[in-house]
Design a binder for this molecule. Structure first.
Ligand code: SAH
Length: 281
């Protein structure tokens, strides 16, 4: 029932009750937040649902891993909020991002919170949604192609393979307390693929710890920077040789480390070579 219907036939007294209710926009169309995965970089890898929501949103809240081609899908009159989030240089603290989403939705806006890759893989999407839940703000989550999948496809490194890897682990090289204290015995096991997000800064330590925990120093390993984008670069070596190779090539984030026998397949399967700077150990 609309406000007009309920007020019909009751002039006078109910007018003040009407004024005390929500502002007009949120009454007619309550705000909602769509947590959308923007994919790994190539705008063509955005989901159809993500593209449609971005194209109709009143407001977009995005960080630095979201490509320009994706932002161009936004309405010309959409509010654009850049909230940064480069490693070590958070433009807006996480709590402020959470509150910004709440505030925009409370104004009755359809908000797209656009995150790189998939919002629930090292994306802190869960934290942002918890805040929305606390404020009773409706939300939906739209998955995205995570960086590991984009890298795998575009660098020609399958994440699993019947002969080489029966399982695959996604882990982060950058913990909340700034350390890199991972479950080394598990990561050092054979017959699996390990993909490390946010690990380039800690690559030296990662390489050392894995070998200390029994990984064969000859295990193939690669770093792929700007996966799926025209600037994509792959550096391929072994877990022992990779840190020096990556340093020599000056590879900086965003980049993924991928470790395991599947890395061997890169030579044959890499089809996307916009400007490969290949290094072989
Ligand atoms: N939610 C994102 C991950 C965010 S964490 C996802 O699902 O992909 C940020 C890290 O992701 C970066 O430090 C880097 O390790 C990785 N990453 C994101 N985009 C990348 C890209 N195009 N190429 C290589 N690594 C990428």
């Amino acid at each position: 029932m609309s406000i007009q219907d309920s007020d019909q036939g009751r002039p006078g007294g109910d007018d003040t009750a009407f004024l005390l209710r929500q502002p007009a926009t949120s009454r007619e169309r309550p705000g909602k937040v769509y947590l959308v995965g923007g994919g790994p970089g190539d705008p063509e890898l955005l989901t159809v649902r993500g593209a449609r929501l971005i194209g109709s949103a009143d407001a977009l809240v995005y960080d630095h891993l979201v490509g320009k081609g994706i932002l161009e899908l936004a309405r010309a009159d959409a509010e654009m909020h850049y909230v940064g989030k480069e490693a070590g240089a958070h433009t807006l603290p996480q709590e402020d991002i959470n509150l910004l989403l709440v505030r925009l939705a409370q104004r009755g806006l359809q908000v797209v919170r656009l995150k790189g890759g998939d919002p629930f893989i090292f994306g802190r999407g869960g934290e942002e949604i918890e805040e929305l839940v606390q404020h009773h703000i409706p939300f939906e989550v739209v998955p995205g192609v995570t960086a590991a999948s984009g890298m795998s496809a575009y660098a020609g490194i399958p994440l699993t393979h019947r002969d080489f890897a029966q399982s695959c682990i996604f882990t982060t090289g950058h913990l909340k307390d700034g350390t890199c204290n991972l479950d080394w015995p598990v990561l050092a096991r054979p017959n699996q693929t390990v993909v490390i997000y946010m690990g380039v800064g800690g690559l030296g330590e990662i390489s050392r710890k894995l070998q200390e925990h029994g990984m064969d120093p000859r295990t193939p390993a690669a770093v792929v920077q700007y996966a799926t984008l025209p600037q994509q670069r792959s550096v391929v070596g072994t877990i022992a040789s990779l840190p020096a190779l990556v340093q020599a090539q000056g590879i900086k984030p965003p980049a993924l480390i991928v470790i395991g026998q599947v890395v061997r397949l890169h030579r044959q399967l890499a089809w996307f070579r916009p400007r490969e700077a290949l290094s072989q150990a």
